[in-house]
Design a protein around this ligand. Structure first.
Ligand SMILES: CC(C)(COP(=O)(O)OP(=O)(O)OC[C@H]1O[C@@H](n2cnc3c(N)ncnc32)[C@H](O)[C@@H]1OP(=O)(O)O)[C@@H](O)C(=O)NCCC(=O)NCCS
Length: 183
């Protein structure tokens, strides 16, 4: 397997990570909405405690709404041999100007423990850096121990800002951040 690298998409988009011909992470395009819908519904079924939204809410979205979400926001899909095995989203952070968010991180069980998750984060980091962001923030539920261990390995640290999830305040959301300035 070749070393991971961050390449370009369409000539200028700093957001495609390639490890070998079989695994790519790329920005989702409008026509990818069925793929985004499938992996997002899988995520909300497999790890409902990890996300603020629910399967019930997401399953009711129309095809038009899925397409619009891709057109309005930035989603990345991880594909292995053409099959979607993970997703993540990136967004601006209004609360902390000059910083960005990482949202909706998910890797399908058979692809866990591989390079997929780290490549998804690498791509969001590359995008945020290219936008001039100095830090990348995310929320993780305190009971998602695997996700917390993963984010710690990727250089995210606790900010100390924790709160109960809107839909279920018993689920504590931890705010983590990673500096994009060094390294
Ligand atoms: C979070 C997620 C994307 C991470 O991807 P992954 O491929 O599982 O991550 P990795 O295997 O590279 O890393 C997981 C780490 O957790 C550790 N781990 C595995 N099971 C664990 C457990 N039950 N408790 C604590 N740590 C655990 C692994 O040893 C590894 O740590 P290490 O690299 O220091 O050895 C993936 O697990 C996932 O999609 N989970 C469900 C959805 C979710 O929680 N999303 C996060 C939303 S914020």
């Amino acid at each position: 397997m070749r070393a991971a690298r961050i390449g370009t998409c369409g000539g200028s988009f700093p957001g495609v990570a390639v490890t070998d011909v079989a695994l790519i992470v790329r920005p989702a395009e409008s026509d990818d909405w069925p793929k985004l819908r499938a992996i997002r519904l899988e995520a909300l079924t497999d790890a409902p405690e990890a996300f603020g939204s629910t399967y019930a809410v997401a399953a009711k979205l129309s095809n038009y709404q899925w397409r619009s979400m891709i057109e309005r926001s930035l989603y990345f899909l991880a594909e292995r041999d053409g099959n979607v095995v993970g997703m993540v989203s990136g967004g601006l952070n209004d609360r902390h100007p000059g910083t960005h968010w990482l949202y909706g991180m998910y890797v399908t069980p058979i692809a866990r423990g591989s390079q997929t998750a780290s490549l998804l984060v690498d791509v969001v980091v590359a995008w945020a850096r290219a936008e001039g962001a100095t830090e990348l923030y995310l929320h993780v539920t305190s009971i998602a121990e695997r996700a917390r261990a993963f984010y710690a390995r990727m250089g995210f640290v606790a900010t100390g800002v924790n709160f109960g999830m809107d839909r279920d305040p018993r689920l504590i959301m931890m705010t983590l951040k990673k500096s994009l300035v060094d390294g």
